[in-house]
Design a protein around this ligand. Structure first.
Ligand code: 3IX
Length: 177
C-alpha cells in the first residue's frame, strides 16, 4: 500500500543521500538521477548519460545503466516509507545507450511479502514512450536503520548524523537516527 504520508504524484523526490552515486547532488561523477512520485506505487525518473559514464566509446557502461535502474527501483522506498536495500537485481540490456541520451525510467512495486518488496523497471531512450533500452526485475529487502550504522564506515555515518539535511531525509522514512 502507498503510505498515507508518501510524496504526492508528480512530486520530485530529491536525493536520499547527497553523496549517493545514483541520486546525490554532491557526487560529481554520479548519475544525478531525478525521480518523481507517480500514481499508486510507481515512480518515474530521468538520467542523462555523460562522458564519465562510458563503457565503450560513446556508449553508456552497462553497470551504470544497472545503477540507474537500481536507483529508480530504490526510490519506490519513498512511497512505502520503508528502508529497503537491493537483494537481487536482474537486468536486460536491450539496446545500446549513447552518451548524451536522456534515459526515461519507470518503476513500480509488483508485490510485497513480509520484508520482501518485488519491483520492476524499464528505461526508454529519449522520451517516456521511446524505445526500451533496459529492463530490470528486483527484490528489495526491508532493513532497520541499524543496517547502515552497523556496516557503514564510521566517518561517513558520523557526517550523516551531524548533517541536519540528512536527518530530515531520514525522517521521511520514519527513521530517528
Ligand atoms: C544515519 C544514516 C542514515 C542513512 C539512511 C537514511 C535514509 C535512506 C533510506 C532509504 C534509502 C532510500 C532510497 C534508496 C534508493 C536507492 C538505493 C539503491 C539500493 C542499493 O543499491 S542498496 C545497496 C546494495 N545492497 C546491499 O548492500 C544489500 C547487501 N545484503 C544484505 O545486507 C543482506 O543480504 C540483506 C539485508 C539484503 C538480507 O539479509 P537479512 O539477514 O536481513 O535477511 P535474510 O537473509 O533472512 O533475507 C530475508 C528474506 O529475503 C530473501 N532474500 C534475501 N536476499 C535474497 C536474494 N539475493 N535473492 C533472493 N531472495 C533473497 C531471503 O530468502 C528471505 O526470504 P524468506 O523470508 O522468504 O525466507
Amino acid at each position: 500500500m502507498r503510505h498515507a504520508d508518501a510524496p504526492a504524484p508528480g512530486e520530485l523526490l530529491g536525493a536520499h543521500y547527497g553523496q549517493c552515486f545514483g541520486c546525490g547532488g554532491e557526487q560529481p561523477h554520479g548519475l544525478h538521477l531525478a525521480a518523481r512520485a507517480g500514481e499508486g506505487l510507481s515512480i518515474t525518473a530521468e538520467f542523462t548519460v555523460r562522458p564519465e559514464h562510458q563503457g565503450a566509446p560513446g556508449l553508456a557502461h552497462g553497470g551504470v545503466l544497472a545503477t540507474a535502474l537500481d536507483e529508480t527501483l530504490g526510490s519506490l522506498n519513498w512511497l512505502l516509507r520503508t528502508i529497503a536495500v537491493t537483494g537481487r537485481l536482474e537486468t536486460d540490456f536491450v539496446r545500446p545507450v549513447p552518451v548524451g541520451t536522456t534515459l526515461h525510467l519507470a518503476a513500480e512495486v509488483t508485490a510485497v511479502a513480509g520484508r520482501k518488496i518485488y519491483s520492476t523497471a524499464t528505461g526508454r531512450i529519449g522520451a517516456p514512450d521511446g524505445p526500451v533500452a533496459v529492463r530490470a526485475d528486483a527484490l528489495f529487502i526491508e532493513v532497520k536503520v541499524d543496517h547502515f550504522i552497523d556496516h557503514g564506515r564510521e566517518e561517513e555515518i558520523q557526517a550523516a548524523m551531524n548533517d541536519p539535511d540528512q536527518i530530515r531525509r531520514a525522517r521521511a522514512f520514519e527513521v530517528n537516527p
